[in-house]
Design a protein around this ligand. Structure first.
Ligand SMILES: Cc1ncc(COP(=O)(O)O)c(C=O)c1O
Length: 469
């Protein structure tokens, strides 16, 4: 078979690549270790596998960053991208339109739930969230409600890395060294049922979390609260699945007080839970806005999209609304090559019945992963569809954090990498969200390596006197 990797026979110099890498300031960089970190260099990829610069093969556990849903190395994706780049790579989206972006907008309007029929294209998830929040401000200003500006979010949420999207994020550890907007942003406690108080049922916990939202709206005054923003599943907060009925009841609270509900589906849309969107199909919610990115192009190119409901658009078209442009947009809004990649992604998901595949294989993935709960340091394995988190604890009864809380995920990752699996460490947790094309046999491999990785980490802790058992 002809080798499709032109460079695969060329021996790469990993040490040299690492020297070069030291000029690259990576996301969440620690500048104290900037030139010392020895990152694995990924050189090529195919299907669910990655190959590092030494040729070592690893399963791509997180599908990049919850995004390479179709798997790596798809010729059809590459072809669609190349064809659009040759036909017309770019033109301004301000006063002109282009073929793939308008085709995609119509297709997305068809796939989106309820009346979410309007799409604003962005460059990724952060800019989609930023645009949703700025649109909320614009809407209320145009409607003469200039006081209605407060935004409510939740602890453990992640919404992005622009100033506004980072401000509505609720991951406390990310908030130590940067500045954030605090005047009109409010963070509610996490809806994580695993961390509910002792003796409280999940139902009682759900009541409490819904009441948190309602009480915050009442405390601020409904005429001052503009929007509630929520990921259906709090992804990088540790794949937190809120209690059953929580989303629906939060939506009802929002409706009661005329507060917009923004569903951040940057991770959960485009099939990760076996549906185009999780909001309605999984959680029974038709929000006012949905933000997406990542899986929309299967990670082949950067693109985000903000969905806006017809109801909101009509409000702005009414006589009650002041005239004025939504002065928000990007050079690459509706980028022809990126939108062509999104159209191809949707076509492949449809033609290969990948939503059905995820719905079929998701329960197997979840069941196999839950077997890891018999390892003494594993507190909980949770998730839905093809996204999951393993949370490690020092004591399973008390759920108290373990010694070395910050590095336990990285230690497990190191062992897993050595055995051919990449996971995504998050302090004392790690997450996995493999490409949709994963098979049952490959899930068995993934779980087998993961078990060994966690057990080896436990052995290390025992050896170092850090785990008494
Ligand atoms: C739920 C959620 N929203 C927003 C973002 C930000 O997306 P991006 O990194 O594409 O800007 C992310 C990224 O992980 C995310 O998980």
């Amino acid at each position: 078979m002809k080798d499709r990797f032109m460079h695969s026979n060329i021996k790469l110099d990993t040490e040299r690549l690492r020297e070069q890498d030291h000029h690259w300031v990576h996301p969440w960089e620690d500048f104290k270790t900037l030139a010392k970190t020895k990152r694995t260099v990924i050189a090529r990829s195919e299907g669910i596998y990655l190959y590092d610069s030494d040729g070592k093969r690893m399963i791509d556990g997180p599908a990049g960053m919850w995004c390479v849903n179709l798997g790596h190395g798809r010729q059809d994706m590459a072809q669609a991208i190349a064809e659009q780049a040759i036909t017309m790579p770019y033109y301004s989206p301000w006063s002109l339109s282009n073929v793939p972006a308008s085709e995609l907008a119509e297709k997305l309007a068809e796939l989106a739930p309820g009346d979410l029929k309007h799409v604003f294209f962005t460059t990724g998830g952060s800019t989609a969230v930023d645009s949703a929040l700025r649109f909320t401000m614009y809407l209320n200003n145009c409607l003469g409600r200039r006081e209605k500006k407060h935004i409510i979010s939740r602890q453990d949420a992640y919404h992005g890395s622009t100033y506004l999207s980072a401000s509505v994020s609720g991951k406390q550890r990310d908030k130590t060294n940067l500045d954030f907007e605090r005047g009109f942003i409010h963070i509610l406690p996490s809806p994580n049922p695993y961390r509910r108080p002792d003796g409280m049922t999940v139902e009682e916990f759900c009541d409490e979390k819904v009441a948190d939202l309602e009480n915050k709206i009442l405390e601020l005054g409904p005429d001052k609260v503009a929007a509630f923003i929520a990921e259906p599943i709090l992804a990088s907060g540790g794949v937190i699945v809120p209690p059953k009925g929580y989303h629906r009841r939060c939506l009802e609270v929002c409706r009661k007080y005329d507060v917009l509900y923004i569903s951040d589906e940057v991770v959960t849309a485009f099939g990760r839970l076996g549906h185009w969107f999780a909001s309605e199909d999984v959680f029974d919610v038709v929000p006012d806005m949905i933000t997406t990115a990542k899986g929309i192009t299967s990670g082949y190119l950067p693109l985000g999209a903000l969905f806006i409901s017809d109801r909101l658009v009509k409000m702005l078209g009414s006589d009650a609304a002041e005239k004025g442009m939504f002065a928000n947009g990007y050079t690459y809004s509706g980028h022809p090559v990126c939108t062509a990649a999104a159209l191809k992604t949707i076509e492949i998901i449809e033609n290969e019945n990948l939503l059905e595949h995820v719905r079929g294989i998701g329960p197997y993935f979840q069941a196999r992963l839950r077997e890891l709960e018999d390892i003494p340091i594993v507190g909980e394995v949770r998730g839905e569809g093809l996204m999951a988190c393993v949370e490690c604890v020092g004591n399973r009864e008390t759920k108290e954090p373990m010694t070395l809380e910050y590095e336990i995920g990285s230690r497990i990752d190191k062992h897993c990498q050595a055995m051919g699996l990449l996971i995504r460490p998050l302090y004392h947790m790690f997450v996995v969200s493999p490409p949709f094309v994963i098979t049952r046999a490959q899930i068995d491999d993934l779980v087998g390596i993961m078990r060994k990785g966690i057990e080896k980490t436990l052995d290390d802790l025992v050896r170092e006197g850090l785990w008494k058992g």
